[in-house]
Design a protein around this ligand. Sequence first.
Ligand code: FAD
Length: 503
Amino acid sequence: MRVCILGGGTAGWMTASALSKKLKNVIKSIVLVESEAIGTVGVGEATLPHIRLFNEALGIDESAFMKQTEATFKLGIEFCDWGRLGDKYIHPFGDFGQSINDVDFYQHLLKLNQHGDYGVLDDYSFGITAAKNAKFQLPKSGKTPLQQAFGYAYQFDAGLYAKYLRHFSESHGVSRIEGKVVDTQINSKTGDVTSITLDDGQQIDADLFVDCSGFRGVLIEQVLKSGYQDWSNWLPCNRAVAVPCERQQKLSPYTRATARQAGWQWRIPLQHRTGNGHVYWNEFISDDEAVAVLLNNLDGPALSDPKQLFFKTGRRNHFWKNNVVAIGLSAGFLEPLESTSIHLIQEGITNLLELFPHETVSSLDVSEYNVRMSLQFERVRDFLLLHYVATKRDDSEMWRYFRNMTLPESLQQKIEMWLHRGYIQRYEFGAFLPPSWVAVMMGQNLLPKNYDPRVDNSNFEQVKQGSQAMREDIAGAVQYAKTHADFLSSFGAASNTEFRRAK
Ligand SMILES: Cc1cc2nc3c(=O)[nH]c(=O)nc-3n(C[C@H](O)[C@H](O)[C@H](O)COP(=O)(O)OP(=O)(O)OC[C@H]3O[C@@H](n4cnc5c(N)ncnc54)[C@H](O)[C@@H]3O)c2cc1C
């Protein structure tokens, strides 16, 4: 089978790396076409912990990769002003406390706090406590199970990551061709794409095309007319403005998302700079005002002019159609509130590897792929929407819009079940495990009416003592952990920039 990947952004080079490494004896040739004149979207810096599995599968050395991509560790996302103005919480990667008698610890905490002050969820998470103190250590160096019960991701320069993966892919046999696709040839019987033609007249034949051409969706949409499910009634923010600024002295091991009047602002600390952006709904704020909000809320001087981006939330009707698989922005877009785009690229690649065609594309594989990816996108959509609707804010038109919204049934059910008994359903295809949902629900003051009745089966005095031991275990370990900056240096991940000034 001959594969052609169209696009050399994060999606294109991640796909090229994975296919060349994992299917080297299955695929005859892999060609990647990209156009420097068109360029890449040029944003996307925060990730989810799953990316570590992706890098590990490629055999990438963690500290070398971090050094080359100016990466920092990410223990979660701090959400400011979401539930109410002045509120703050961190959504970490990992569980809270340890279950007692097979019942999740947060259920016990709900009861504990009816009888006194036993702290907040944060006190039972190593990840959150370390993040708040700008500390970091690897989970495996924790001395107790609780100190190991957290995950981490990276904040990196996505352009440098794509460059890193380009080098990886080319050394694994991928051929890169510079050029712009100007025409495509279709098999009139099957509807498959048989070849693409570039602006210099070159024609590239392939059996399978992976469309990583970004928002344009050159093959999946412009040629195969997949169609787009527009979700902007639920997630109406449709523009962003992004700007890097000088890095703050203290290197935070987390991303920040601050709710604004007509959207929200991100802050992502890297080794050499801080990435910032304001995602907004242009119905309620002008572009100039959005830029002003962004520039007035930076940690340091801006390092370039703000860059404007336009998008429509949603997904393709078909992620895989005929012999074209769309991965990356060509597959759909959900705002970067929970850093899910690169993760959805990874899911697209993992599912493609698992369902990779033998000699010809089978409709069975195509429909399985589309079912899986639809679930992935829908569940991320619901999770993002939860942040906007689990709120008491009504101080602007945008927040009032969310108060009167009819939710997708899947999210409505999830919220009802949570309020009823603090229950979160587990599922196979979906980025966020129950602790993530718990973090956002509790962080935004959406508390269940009842705790799980099995909690009453445990001896209350023992639960009280156990919870105190957990808090002490975490607080003690964080006290002795290295600062994030020191850890990066000792890990060999610090680039040779001015990074060492960080404390
Ligand atoms: C405001 C914003 C913030 C984001 N923040 C995050 C984040 O924090 N975390 C995260 O995970 N994701 C984030 N993302 C998403 C992330 O940027 C993308 O998922 C990621 O960069 C992948 O993009 P891509 O490779 O699909 O597309 P692109 O980067 O747009 O690349 C498209 C490629 O296709 C090529 N191409 C297009 N048309 C043609 C043609 N006709 N001929 C030849 N080549 C062509 C281009 O040259 C380019 O190489 C964010 C996105 C936006 C808009």
